[in-house]
Design a protein around this ligand. Structure first.
Ligand code: NDP
Ligand code: 2IT
Length: 451
């Protein structure tokens, strides 16, 4: 089949997706990226075509929408929207995070749930895909308000989830504090202490290294990519976006491996510290973001470096870019700037941070590009290890979990190499991750009949 013939199959497929899921742009974007790379594979393996796996995989098994009423500190009743997308359970119970952010809507959560299916399959662990959350904005809310909201959210969600059914975790706006409030309410309603959520505190069923896992894994994946060209992280100038969970631990690991991280951001702007964000400065960021819940601008005030209001960090010259904030945060122009400045590698901690046009720019320039569903899979992988430890009623040491995480990131990289087309020393990790994630889920769906 010619490339043109594949293009028209993709167009036909996408026209149906758009008609069935109107207005869900992020979901369309995520599906298009996957089907563009998988349709040629499916044409070569017609059993998947006959079983309509690509069509079925893009339709959630179940979508739960609910009302979340709660009372703020002034005694006023607030109402938010709650969601859980149970996307695919072919290879294990639904697994994926909860996002609390005002931009959350059905299309955003469906894109995240869809990506999660492929990502979870890549981890080598038995986890299906799901995602959920709310348009609740934790910013500026008191701990008491966050607790009231989480309790109301879980009061409804608790009837749909369980340690063998659906196991949520954190994402944007949901960290250790929120997981604690959610877990407490689940336990109270169901009267059972189980591993129904991951990202729990260490003393109550959490896994060591889970907070670090996404950012560490993202950098381990970068290291694996560099290794294919006989290179490593030493001396690499890194730009990181975001300053939340993923960004913090990407910064920590990149620094530990000899890189120099020079930027961090939040939704208001970014800081540029040409001297590098060392261990002490990172401790300041962690306290600022996780305890004081302040703005990244305060870093520039404290350390006397530049702060760029309303800007993203991609204009700063770097060797390695680590997008770790949100979807579509690197557009075509940003990607061109990165390339013009000599960037040689992008490893995505965020989900779908690069726009389709940006990805094309990376690939045309032949730089190493690790897409989120491969590069950020370390987070959910260690969530899977947390589930295993909960089932065993046992905890592994930090070293044991970190060794397993490193091995999983190596295995994901190897899967990308297995399925990713290569031209000389150029590896297409997008195709590799998509096909690598697809095969296991597709085979499981075939074996289980059209359910
Ligand atoms: P956090 O809530 O801890 O941090 C999010 C960071 O991104 C904050 O600095 C936030 O700034 C910034 N941000 C969020 N939305 C926007 C926006 N619209 N524009 C600019 N900046 C924004 O979340 P995480 O670190 O957990 O998640 C970051 C990314 O990583 C997300 O894409 C998430 O889906 C992905 N991810 C997370 C995993 C995890 O284990 N936590 C696992 C795999 C992927 P501000 O505070 O101003 O909003
Ligand atoms: O996008 C993701 O992989 C996550 N937010 C983590 C999901 C999880 O279940 O740990």
């Amino acid at each position: 089949m010619t490339n043109n013939a594949y293009d028209s199959l993709v167009k036909e497929f996408m026209a149906k997706i758009i008609a069935r899921n109107p207005g869900e742009e992020e979901f369309h974007q995520a599906v298009e990226e996957v089907v563009t790379t998988i349709i040629p594979f499916v044409e070569e393996n017609p059993k998947y075509k006959a079983a309509k796996i690509l069509e079925r995989i893009a339709e959630p098994e179940r979508v739960i929408l609910f009302r979340i009423p709660w009372k703020d500190d002034k005694g006023e009743i607030q109402i938010n929207k709650g969601y859980r997308i149970e996307m695919n359970s072919a290879i294990g119970p639904y697994k994926g995070g909860l996002r609390f952010h005002p931009t959350v809507n059905l299309g955003v959560l469906k894109f995240l749930a869809y990506e999660q299916v492929f990502k979870n399959s890549l981890t080598t662990l038995p986890m299906g895909g799901g995602k959920g959350g709310s348009d609740f904005d934790p910013k500026g809310k008191s701990d008491n308000e966050v607790m009231a909201f989480c309790q109301s959210f879980m009061t409804e969600l608790s009837r749909h989830i369980g340690p063998d059914t659906d196991i949520p975790a954190g994402d944007i706006g949901v960290g250790g504090r929120e997981i604690g409030f959610l877990f407490g309410q689940y336990k109270r309603i169901r009267n059972e202490f189980t591993g129904v959520l991951t990202g729990k505190g260490r003393e109550w069923g959490g896994s060591l290294i889970r907070p670090q896992a996404t950012g560490y894994g993202q950098v381990y994946f970068a290291q694996e990519m560099l290794k294919t060209r006989g290179d490593n992280m030493k001396g690499k100038i890194c730009t990181v976006s975001g300053s939340g969970n993923v960004a913090q631990y990407a910064t920590e690991k990149a620094t530990e491996l000899g890189g120099k991280v020079v930027t961090l951001s939040d939704s208001a702007g970014f800081i540029y510290d040409p001297n590098g964000i060392d261990v002490e400065k990172l401790a300041f960021v962690m306290d600022l973001k996780n305890v004081k819940r302040g703005r990244i601008k305060e870093y520039a005030d404290k350390y006397g470096c530049e702060y760029y209001e309303g800007k993203r960090p991609w204009g700063i010259k770097c060797d390695v870019a680590l997008p770790s904030a949100t979807q579509n945060e690197v557009d075509e122009e940003d990607a061109k700037t990165l390339i013009a400045n000599g960037c040689l590698l992008v490893s995505e901690g965020a989900n779908m941070p690069s726009s389709p046009a940006a990805i094309e720019v990376y690939q045309n320039a032949r730089i190493m590009y690790g897409p989120g569903k491969a590069a950020n899979a370390g987070g959910v992988a260690v969530s899977g290890l947390e589930m295993s430890q909960n089932s065993l009623r046992f905890s592994w040491t930090r070293e044991e979990v970190d060794a397993k995480l490193q091995q999983i990131m190596k295995d994901i990289h190897a899967t990308c190499l297995k399925y990713g087309p290569k031209e000389g020393d150029y590896i297409d990790y997008v195709t590799g991750a998509n096909i690598g994630g697809f095969v296991k889920v597709a085979d499981a769906m075939m074996a289980q009949g059209y359910v």
